[in-house]
Design a binder for this molecule. Sequence first.
Ligand SMILES: [Zn+2]
Length: 189
Amino acid sequence: MAADPACFTPLAPHTYISGLRVVVAGGDRSPHPVTTGQVDADAVHAYLYGQCHALAQAISEATGWEMAALATVDCCCVVPYVAPCRAAPVGANVRACQPEHVMAVRPSDGAFVDITGARPADCVPPGYRAVPMTAALAAHIATNWAWAAPNVEVARTFVEPLLNSLSAPGSTVRAPDVGVWARPATEEG
Ligand SMILES: [Zn+2]
C-alpha cells in the first residue's frame, strides 16, 4: 500500500535522526551495531569492515566529491603461468578482485576521507594503490557477494559529524592503524 502523502513526509536530505541504535551488515554479513550520527568505535568498525562504500557514497552525495578505492596491487586469484585471473575489469588495470576499501576524495587536497578521518593522498598502504571509482567498479560493488549491501541511509547520519570533526585542527586521523590502513590488511572494507 502506498504511503499516504498526508501522513508521510520524507526526511529532507540533510535531516537525520541521531542517537538511534541500529544494525548494519558487515562484509562477512555479521551484524555491526552503530549509533546513528556518532562517530565512535562502533562506527569505525562498521565503516571499515563492511560499509565503507555506503559512507563514501553518502559523503559523495552530500559534497559532490569523487570516490576512490584502495585496491591490492597483486591479484590473489592468479596462479602464475597456470590460471589467469577471471575477475572482470573494473577500471584501468584493475580487476574486480582487487578493490577492498572505498573512500571519498576531498578535492581541496586529494585526501582520502573515510570513517577514520582524512589521509593524505600519498599514504596508500604498502601493497595497495588508489584507483578512481568507475561505473564498472560501482556496479561490481553493488552486486557482488563480497560486498555487503550498502546502507546509505544510515551512513548519511555520519557525514556531517565526520566532516565537522575533520575541520578541527589536529584531528585529521582519529583511528590511525586500523582496517586496510593497518599492515597487512586482509579484510574487505
Ligand atoms: Zn584476480
